[in-house]
Design a protein around this ligand. Sequence first.
Ligand code: ADP
Ligand code: MG
Ligand code: MG
Length: 913
Amino acid sequence: MAETKYVYTWGAGKAEGDATMKPLLGGKGANLAEMSRIGLPVPAGFTITTEVCTYFYDNKKSYPPELKTQVEAAIKNAETIMGAKFGDPANPMLLSCRSGSRESMPGMMDTVLNIGINEKVVQALIKQSGNEHFAWDSYRRLIQMYGDVVLGLKPETKNDPDHFDEILDKAREHAKVEHEKDLSVDVLKDIVAQFKAVIKKHAGIEFPEDPMEQLWGCIGAVFGSWMNDRAMVYRRQYGIPHDWGTATNVQAMVFGNLGDDCATGVGLTRNCSVGLPGFCGDYLINAQGEDVVAGTRTPLRIEETLSKDAPEAYKQLDDIGHILEKHYKEVQDIEFTVQRGKVWMLQTRNAKRTGFAAVRIAVDLVNEGLIDVKTALEKRRIPADDLNQLLQPIFNPAAKAAASKTDAFLAKGINAGPGAATGQIVFHASDAEEMWNANNDAQLILVRKETSPEDLRGMKVAKGILTAFGGASSHAALVSRQMGKTCVCGCDKLSIDYEAGTVTVGGKVLKGGDWISVDGFTGEVFAGKIETSPSEVMDVLMGKLAPEKSEIYARYAQLMKWADEHRTLNVRANTESADAVASVALGAEGVGLCRTEHMFFDHLDEMREMIFSTTKVDREKALAKLLKFQRDDFTHLFKTMGDRPVTIRLLDPPLHEFLSEHHMHEDPTLGPKLAKTFGVTEEAVARRVEELKESNPMLGHRGCRLGIVYPEITAMQARAIIEAACAVKKSGVDCKPEIMIPLAGYKTEVDNQTAIIRETAEAVFAEQGVKVNYMVGTMIEVPRAAMTSAEIAKTAEFFSFGTNDLTQTCLGISRDDYKSFIGYYTENDIVPADPFQTIDQTGVGRLMKMSVEDGRSVRKDLKIGICGEHGGDPKSVYFCHEIGLNYVSCSPRRIPIARLAAAQAAVEGAKKK
Ligand code: ADP
Ligand code: MG
Ligand code: MG
């Protein structure tokens, strides 16, 4: 049996792997191979496959026995190409050891540079480069990264000491310089000695002098970093399976820190904040890779100064950008190093982008002829949820202008994540998380010198992110863009004092908890709250802005046209009369759920009169008063929706929602007694009692159970609907009411209600002398309905999945109380996702599938939709497409997202087949 190939080499225009091999080689490795294949300058190296990572975790962190010789052969190959030898005291090759999984997880795992330096090699580096500073600087970086990554000395919380940083800080202070690059050689030598002492003291070992030992230490650390906490959090957030594993890339070093004709940088083949064409990015002269993303020095902009600073390098980069876009047919995010004027490519991947940029780039690439429409619609190009950003509020221009005139304006940074955010200052991610857990409505702005992957949890809950250092490619910028958060970074006028808990700008001092506003479109930062106003796209849709005035709208409209041409699912709105106009503007093709009770809340007196009625006659009298209001509302709704179908659900909630028992039956002395016993205030007791309160899903006298016991309610509602429909029909609109029975589980329940509705309708038709086409159907929202769908479909003319209640009743989890444990469940992989956000496909989804099949076995053309909150969740939309629903219905704001998701399901589903 041939031995398994665990190592794939690349270099000098060749490669054993290619871009299609991401599962095995990881994204970084596969693309390094691909770039090498297409002749781009890539330092030689090799990838150790993700299979080794799997093996590593399956076998108590050990390696397959064949690995060692394969790695040694691959090192030889790189040595031949680079003309130097790893560990050689005369002509040394240095290596980097880099993580890289199938999907990019920026900054989540570890990388070590300059591997292979020891006391002898450092002398060789000095001789070869003629640059003592470079050699000692590289050495101290190796020891620092080795200590942090391999020996675990990196501080984990804000309170842990960072021994290496402390030494560097002191040295800089002592030498009165801002950056390490300005330290003298003697100081660097001394730092190297101090770093080694730190390792001895805190890790209990000598820093290894043997290059091979260094390398294997790093390889182990990279595989080990796959399971670190921040990588796990990241994977959960982005739905990346834990069992994919990471690859490890080992690559010959090139140097951006050899002098002023050297640089390192990251770039984008187009702007990924707003989508404008043109190469852009960040670079630092005389620096090494991690300096740019770490945000410790604020970099220069490629598009602004590189063509002057280093015209040769700029030209090489620009050419490479074009080659890459043509080859990958997608905007690329690259990492490069310039060594003595020559550009070396260290990474390329499809660029992450904001929703704004995603829409613009996809539409532009089609118009430039690089891709076709179906490709533009792919979900990896425009995650449907990201459309949200185009529909989000921005700062109210008047409020912002007013703020600009006062001294509220603080400073301007880099506009890294578009949007407008206003909130209270919080300095630490852990504090942000805590505050958000205590109050989900908290509006927070995370204000930091720079962010690092440890801050991810805090960034998730913040409305916006503001940093003092770091450029448009810093960690803060990258992650914000991905999360669709408003972000301003590199705002270097801010002086942040974590210890004092203050941020100072000019003479102004703001404390944690103070309000601050950041404009991610412009980079401006203001003290205080600023009112927000609607998005441009929304303004055009609502007729407040001329379409030709908005470039964003133009591309949005183009994209939505393509989406509509490709999708097969219809998209409806969950809406009542008031939001019907907006729903149509956002593209609703009907109403999937009109909750009739919403209008009752405006007529509580009449409603309570009905509730207090003891006889049928009295009840009918009260209902007659409600009839008028209902009819008027339906008339307006039908008129707005025209010939689009409108599904109206009969009264659903239990009557106690209209008359609640807020009376305190408890012992009135209990509160004070508890307060005294536990030494807390009475308010604290009351708060705790409130916290403990559970409201389990209402399974009582509600839904069709009301209409069955009080048939006159159903009769009144049916009358209101049909009378409104007749009136609208007489005015020339061919409205299509669909009357929907809630919470049925038995066919007999559906029969009972259907009979009342039909009888009422016939009576109204006779009175009005006109007929309207209407349907009577049912919600499928209790498991019994799903399981007896073949029965129910004999009566019901349509089905609509009420997935909120279906999820509650199928899982036995109450949506009102699950907040206390769902976080723990998702973080510990007990559930793959929040089942009230994304359909639980294996459980609830199975019921749905069964219901669709059984229902249609009786009634071939049974119209089936979904009206639960899930109707606006892209993943759930894909699922609804797959199981053959006719439509999804969601809240008006999510309609464009559902339209795009439906198109993606159609386009990518077709590809799968
Ligand atoms: P991440 O996944 O966090 O971006 P990388 O493995 O890409 O980590 O490494 C970060 C940076 O380190 C790179 O962008 C590059 O600048 C630098 N780097 C990595 N390998 C090399 C190398 N062989 N030569 C020069 N710089 C390197
Ligand atoms: Mg990288
Ligand atoms: Mg329901």
